[in-house]
Design a protein around this ligand. Structure first.
Ligand code: SAM
Ligand code: SF4
Length: 352
């Protein structure tokens, strides 16, 4: 073969090595820019709507290592992902988890990643808040369903209210913006949305209310827990002036501005208002299973391609095949005729 014929081939190979893999866009034209990564299915609490009291957890060897998690996140960032939320289970109970944040900070510094954040129950925040800030985390979500320590114990089973509040304080002291996630639970905290709103906004915290979703088998009946947020919102509107805002955080919440408190209030309403048409998200479990939709069973194994080769080619092929199958939406229903969970896996497995 002459040099003349070999040259274009070599040029072509060099050029294709330089071409970045294409952004992840599904067949409905939705670009995947937001990934929630669960780093553990374990937790130091047992919230009644999330877990059963005696859960079986995955063997540790099934989990992606911190290095594999970094490699996966880096590959996703290379495909156009701009926001990564670390979640679980309780992400801060995973051993050495700060190493993952510290490693991913390089993508924040380079500008490739716009936001690195986490959702936590707050129990371990007091000791990690400063390091999170140092690793480029700017905003976090902390779950807090009640201001009453006795009710907190009833809801979380193992949680300590004072410890969570101390975690929130430490996060604010470290300069992190904190958003409180409150799952609306019929008969448990329905009367608390007003005091929670006043408490949160009084401390400069955003508040997001979440409808309970039928994920995983738990002891309680979902119909006994489900509180439609349109009812909660109507009640809040009797007392407060709620103005629609165009504010988005890249997630599913719709935000209003509360005139009386000057704060922001979000609603996540997968059941009463479906937001799937604008879904930009996928979720990865701690074992490297990619769920293209929180509310559907279809999934893709990313751990096998990660472990099969040191190069990311197989991983990118698996991502392409998976995103091409991302469903149009979920089918959550909670009523007396739908007593079983819509999806068998718990929220702590898929990552909230
Ligand atoms: N352990 C962390 C925490 O509680 O914030 C992160 C994981 S947790 C699964 C993430 C979020 O999902 C929390 O805000 C929690 O309240 C919410 N969640 C858990 N199970 C849920 C369910 N069945 N329906 C709606 N939200 C749920
Ligand atoms: Fe743990 Fe979070 Fe689930 Fe509560 S909601 S049991 S804190 S993972």
């Amino acid at each position: 073969m002459s040099i003349v014929t070999r040259f274009p081939q070599a040029t072509f190979e060099a050029a294709s090595a330089l071409v970045a893999p294409a952004p992840l866009v599904d067949r409905f034209g939705r670009a995947i820019t937001y990934v929630r990564v669960s780093v553990t299915d374990r937790c130091d609490m047992r919230c009644v709507y999330c877990m059963s009291e005696d859960m079986n957890f995955l063997p540790k060897r099934d989990l992606l290592s911190l290095e594999e998690l970094d490699r996966l996140c880096t590959a996703l960032i290379g495909r156009g992902v701009r926001k990564i939320r670390i979640t679980g289970g309780e992400p801060l109970v995973r051993r050495n988890i700060m190493q993952l944040f510290q490693g991913l900070d390089r993508h924040i510094e380079s500008g490739a990643l716009a936001e690195l954040t986490l959702t936590t129950n707050g129990s371990q925040l007091a000791r990690h808040a400063k390091a999170l800030g140092d690793a480029g985390v700017r905003r976090i979500n902390v779950s807090l369903d009640t201001l009453d320590p006795v009710k907190y114990k009833a809801i979380t089973r193992w949680g300590d209210h004072a410890q969570t509040l101390a975690g929130i304080e430490a996060a604010q002291a470290a300069g992190l913006a904190v958003k409180i996630n409150m799952v609306a639970l019929k008969g448990m905290n329905a009367e608390e949305t007003v005091p929670m709103l006043q408490w949160a906004h009084g401390r400069g915290l955003d508040l997001t209310l979440i409808e309970v979703m039928p994920l995983g088998a738990i002891e309680a009946e979902r119909t006994d827990q489900f509180l439609p947020l349109n009812l909660v919102e109507a009640r809040l509107r009797e007392r407060f002036t709620l103005r629609e805002t165009g504010y988005r955080t890249g997630g599913p919440a719709r935000y209003v501005h509360v005139a009386e408190t000057g704060g922001r209030l979000g609603f996540i309403t997968p059941l009463t208002h479906n937001f799937c048409e604008s879904c930009n998200r996928v979720r990865v479990t701690c074992t490297g299973t990619l769920y293209m939709c929180l509310g559907q069973e279809d999934a893709a194994d990313l751990r096998a391609p990660l472990r099969a080769s040191a190069s990311d080619e197989l991983l990118h092929d698996a991502l392409d095949a998976a995103i091409a199958r991302k469903p149009k939406g979920h089918d959550f229903i909670i009523d007396r005729d739908h007593a079983k969970p819509a999806v068998a896996r718990h929220m702590s497995v898929t990552g909230g």
